[in-house]
Design a protein around this ligand. Sequence first.
Ligand SMILES: Cc1cc2nc3c(=O)[nH]c(=O)nc-3n(C[C@H](O)[C@H](O)[C@H](O)COP(=O)(O)OP(=O)(O)OC[C@H]3O[C@@H](n4cnc5c(N)ncnc54)[C@H](O)[C@@H]3O)c2cc1C
Length: 459
Amino acid sequence: MWFRRDLRLSDHPALLAAADEGEVLPFVVVEPQLLTDHRPSARRMLRSIAALYEATGGALVVRCGDPVDLVPQAAAAAGAERVHITRDTTPAGRVPDEDVGGRLQEQGAQLVTTGTPCAVGPGLVLTGEGTPYKVFTPFARAWRDHGWPAPADRVGDDVWLPGGADLLAEVGEDGLERVLAAADEDAIDGPAGEDAAQERWRSFLRDDLAGYDTDRDRPDRDATSRMSIHLTHGEIHPRTMLADLAAHPAAGSDAAQRFVTELAWREFYADVLWHRPDSAWADLRDALAGLPYDDGSETDRLVEAWRQGRTGYPFVDAGMRQLLAEGFMHNRVRMVVASFLTKDLHVWWPVGARHFLDHLLDGDLASNSHGWQWVAGTGTDASPYFRVFNPITQGERFDPDGAYVRRWVPELAHLPGKAAHTPWTHPDGAAHGYPERVLDHAEERREALDRYEMARAQT
Ligand SMILES: Cc1cc2nc3c(=O)[nH]c(=O)nc-3n(C[C@H](O)[C@H](O)[C@H](O)COP(=O)(O)OP(=O)(O)OC[C@H]3O[C@@H](n4cnc5c(N)ncnc54)[C@H](O)[C@@H]3O)c2cc1C
């Protein structure tokens, strides 16, 4: 069993398929640059692998190198005729899978793919004409109608092949020690691994689900599940979450249904990326192909201020600083900071998407690129080009007491209530070094709309 972003033992159809054939050798390949990458997102991946090592009772074999070489070598060394995987439907996952599959075939073995990281595999929800959905609401309806199987049984603790590490002694470089060392480092988020995912999920169901539909847009309240980090690493399968929601006493409530809809967004974006792998780093729709973007040294300076959370717009700065400090940002704030980069700074969305993926612990290519494109107006939503988020009124509406801003921007901690959103109107607003606004939002909004109108007229 070759684990990638499916780092769990429960509800794991590929692992179950492997176990059906006999003893399983659990295998992980870490690419060398991951071990020396000190960004929290890379360390988080290593911590998740370390948690899987513990969960397998030390049976997991961790090797460092290129999976295209190491997986066939490991199969040969272990005498395995079949290597099991969960399908990786991202563009980055598809190519190596084909290469590994080809190499295994050459040595008379086979790559067996079972399941995906989604409740309904990307590509399976189609319109009556057999074409992919391009808009979320009809997709979500069809996705619910399609349905998903019940969670798969958990494999027994006795499933592992003894002595796997010895069998693979000649394969690649042993990466286990460095993975375990990363697990001991200070982490900026909570614990990693399947047990931590289950614990977080149970506590959300117990304490926060009831208020989810009313509070989910409030970054000042810790009202969302924060399950995205666990989902990204496959420490829990969304089907497990959907089954728990269906069995919950509040199953029919607006809150539970709203949560299901959010999981549908994740699956929608995975589906869009499956059909259009090119949309990972380029516009999904070319309706705004003629849109002029800014670049040059002045733009670089502004983008850097955005990255560091020093734009002078408190709600934007709070979000960007939360990202750097926690590797996480609330969804509402993600939309506002993305709008600021694309519509106030007039910068092409991949610049921001890259920064997000560098820092997010829940970095997910599909949700990230399409979350960005939804805001930028190049994605699945047909008419968002005129939607320019106002960073001040968004802050006043979704952080009405200014608590979120004060938490992340200490230079504004002295300002009472919603005054934290408009420090320039307060005599002491800049007393602790908070920067002036780098631009005038009203002016840039007009500029963005002019550019969008021009681009639409051209295409
Ligand atoms: C510009 C931008 C970039 C984003 N980048 C990512 C990313 O890299 N990885 C990522 O997982 N999400 C991304 N999102 C979506 C969303 O912001 C996060 O999933 C959410 O904030 C995670 O917090 P949570 O688990 O507490 O969410 P909850 O509100 O508890 O939602 C439950 C789950 O539903 C899914 N979900 C919720 N909202 C969305 C959404 N808008 N799109 C897709 N899935 C959603 C997530 O899996 C999430 O864990 C992005 C959104 C935007 C606007």
